[in-house]
Write a protein that binds this ligand. Sequence first.
Ligand code: COA
Ligand code: AMP
Length: 630
Amino acid sequence: MSYQAEYSKSIETPELFWGEKAQDLAWFKQPEKILSQDANGIHRWFADGEMNTSYLALDYHVENGLADNDAIIYDSPVTGTKRKITYRELRDDVAKFAGVLKAQGVEKGDRVVVYMPMVPEALVAMLAVARLGAIHSVVFGGFAPHELAVRIDDAEPKVIVSASCGIEISKVIEYKPMLDQAIEKSAHKPDACVILQRPQAEASMVDGRDIDWTEAMATAESAEPVPVKGTDPLYILYTSGTTGKPKGVVRDNGGHAVAMKYSMKSIYNVKPGDVFWAASDVGWVVGHSYIVYGPLLAGCTTIVYEGKPVRTPDAGAFWRVCEEYKAKVLFSAPTAFRAIKKEDPEGKLLENYDLSNLDTIFMAGERLDPPTYHWTMEVTGKPVIDHWWQTETGWAICGNMTGIETLEPKAGSATVPVTGFNVQILDPEGNELPAGEQGAIAIKLPMPPSCLPTVWGDFERFRTGYLTDFPGYYCSGDGGYKDEDGYVFIMGRTDDVINVAGHRLSTGEMEEIVAGHNAVAECAVIGVNDALKGQQPIGFVLLKDGIEISDEDLEAELVALVRKEIGAVACFKKAVVVDRLPKTRSGKILRKLMRQIADGQDYSVPSTIDDPTSLSVMEDVMGRIGLISK
Ligand code: COA
Ligand code: AMP
C-alpha cells in the first residue's frame, strides 16, 4: 500500500482503520467501541476493550515462541557491565517485582513513581506497575528534589521505586539523598520506597519505609497480569509547560499499545527479533515509547544503554553498540550527533565498526538542522529520518513511514503527517493556511490512538492549554509550514518551552526560580540558539533598588539556584544584569523579540512597545556577552 492510500484511509475512516490495527493485539476482550467520547467530550479509543500492556509486551511473546529471544540488552560503559535478558527472564522478573509492589498494597489505578537511572530494573519496575493495572510516573534522573517533590504531590504515589545512584560518565550521582529530600518537601508521603542498591553508592535506608530491591525480590510471590480497560491509564509523564507546574500527560493502555505496535512496523520497519536502539532515557517520552513499550510490544530486542554518545569512552560509542548488537534501527536526538560530530568531525571512528546491520537512523526531540542531517548521512552512509513528536502524543505526528513507503526526504522537514494525524497550519483566527505560509501547527480532532485524553487531575488545564485556541483542533505549541508537496517543516515552539540537548524545559519555570532570589526585581529567561545543544537558556535580570551585589556573584547564585531547584539538566549557566527589559505599554516583557535579537533574526518593533530604546540597550547587552556580533 502507498503512504497516501494508508494515510487517506486513516483520516477518512478512522474507526475502520484503527479497528483493524487493534486486531494485531491479543486483547483479553476485543474492543467493540472503537471510537467514543468520554464525559468530558474527549475522543477515546477502545473504551470497552480489556487487556494488559505488560502481558502483551512479555507473556504473549513467551507463549508465542519468543521466550528465549533477548528482550533487553543492557550495555553500561559507565559501570563496565553488559547483560542480556530473555523474554522469559524478563517476564519472570516483572511478575516477581509486581508481587513486591502488590505486597505493599499497590492495586489497579494506584500510582507508583519511578526515579531511576538507565538500568534494566527501571524497565522491570515500569512493566510491573503496568502488570498490576497501576499507573507509573517515571521522573527523569537528572531532575532535582524540588522537581521530584512537585511530581510526588501531583501523582500521589503509594510507592516510589528508586536506586542508590546513577552514573554520569564518571560522576556518581546519589539518587537516594535526593529522593529523601523530595519526600521531606512533598506534602504527600508514599507508604514505601523500594531501593535498588548499586555497588557504586550505598543508600542509607529509612526504617519502616524503605525496602531493599534484592531482598524483596528473593521472597516475592509472582503476580499475574490484571485486566484493564483500553481507556484505563498506563502512565503519567510530566512535561514542561509554560508555567512552573509541570503537566502530567496521561497515557491510556489500549490506544497506546495499538499505536506502539503499529508504529514499529509502519514507521521504523522492524519485525519481531530485530534489535532496536533508542539512545535516550526512560525518563523521557522517547524512552517510554521506544526503549520500553514499542520494541517489547513488537517482540524486538531493546538496548538499554547507560552511557553517552561521547566520552564513554569516545565518539565511537554509538557505532560500537550498533555493531556489537547488530542494531537495525538507531534513534536519538540531533544533539547526540552534533556531540559526536564535534569530537570526530570526519567520522574517522566509524572506520573501526561494521554498521552493515544498521538500516536507518531516526532523530527526534528537537529540530534536525540540515548540517547535522547531511553530516550524519555522509559519515554513516545510512538514511537519516527526522520525525516530529511530543510527550502529549507518545509517537510521531510527522515522519517518513519507512515500513509503508519511504518518501524522498527533504532536509529541514519532518516529512509528512503520520497516519491518523490530520495536521494543519492555522492562522491566529484558526483558518487553514496555504502551502508555504507559516502558522501554528494544529491537529484536527479526533487525534489517533495514544494521544493524551487529559492532564492528570486537571482536565481544565488540558482544555485551555490545548483545545481552546482553535476549536476542533489540538494546538501543538509548535509553529511551522507545509510546502507544495505537503511536507511539514517544524520551526520551533510558539510558547515559552525550550529544547536543551533534546530535553524539554520551561523558561517560565526558570523565571519563577530566578525571580525568587532576593536581589531580583524582575527577569526574563529566553532560549537562544546553541551549536551543540540546540538551545541554551539565558537569564536577563533587573535588580531591586539598593541591592549591593556584584554581577558575577549574582550570576553564580542564580546558576546554583536553578541547578538546585530544577537540576543540572536545565543547563542554566548565564544570567546577565540589565537596567531595562523591552516591554509593551501594559508591562508584558517582549520575550519573542529578545529571542529574535539574540538569534540575529529580522524583527519588527511592535507598536505597543513602551520604550523603543530598550531594544538598543538589549542589543548592546547581547553584544557585550558575545551572544550577537554588533
Ligand atoms: N542524571 C543526573 N544528571 C544528569 C542526567 C541524569 N540522568 N542527565 C544529564 N545530567 C546532568 C549532566 O551530568 C550534566 O551535568 P553537569 O552540568 O554537572 O555537567 C547536566 O545534566 C547537563 O546534561 P546534558 O545537557 O545532557 O549535557 P552533557 O554535556 O552531559 O551531554 C550530550 C551532552 C549531547 C552528550 C547529551 O545531552 C546527550 O547525549 N543527549 C542525547 C539526547 C537525549 O538523550 N535526548 C532525550 C530525548 S530523545
Ligand atoms: P517532548 O515532549 O519532550 O518530546 O518535546 C516535544 C517538543 O520537542 C515539540 O513540541 C517540538 O518543539 C520539539 N521536537 C520534537 N521533535 C522534533 C522534530 N523532529 N523537529 C522539530 N522539533 C521537534
